[in-house]
Write a protein that binds this ligand. Sequence first.
Ligand code: CTP
Ligand code: CA
Length: 221
Amino acid sequence: VIAFFAAKRLRGQRVLITAGPTFEPIDPVRGITNLSSGKMGFAIARAAQEAGAEVTLVAGPVHLPTPRGVRRIDVQTAQQMYDTVLPLAPRHSVFVATAAVADWRPAELSEHKIKKNGSKVAPTFALTENQDILAAVARLPDRPFCVGFAAESENLLKHAREKLERKNLPLIVGNLGPATFGRDDNTLVLVDAQGQRELPPGDKLTLARLLVEDISRRLSA
Ligand code: CTP
Ligand code: CA
């Protein structure tokens, strides 16, 4: 019984999480997206719920069941994710941004399917930058404790630290891919202003529980 209560480290806390990719339509049948299974964000949602938190999960298009007891809001585009997250963020004490948000969207959305029509020239698409959801939440006056993710293909620590500073975050979680993207196990390194700490390699739920424990210690420190 004591162990059960001791484990509920996030009791009374509200945790907001983004997960999965976003999808930016070009026309009604195609679009651009990122590779992201959503597994890490869903595992963190489950771990935070187990730790006693009230959890809201804002998910891009993924094929995953909603963790028990978690409120889930499905979105498609980065703009929809931004519009959903920003008003919710001040009511939460923790924000964990695991989503692989598309950095750009097509500047124009074609109402109808773009046809080849025997044309020899392939179409080109102008892109426009999406707003940075995490950076915007971290700029709120009543901001929650913000945790970023940095999935990199090289120079993990350098890029993670640069994002920590640029987005003004207390904590960023580095994930060196692409070998682990979409897989069930993962290697994560926690980077803060003081230094870095590698979590022991494990499946995503084990890592999520360790991360939630680390966040809860930072909240009570
Ligand atoms: N992020 C976000 N909104 C965006 C872009 C990124 O909330 N429009 C969040 C991600 O969820 C992640 C963190 O910011 O927690 C870092 O995302 P990443 O793509 O690694 O960084 P970027 O700032 O987009 O830089 P780049 O893709 O050029 O490395
Ligand atoms: Ca990006």
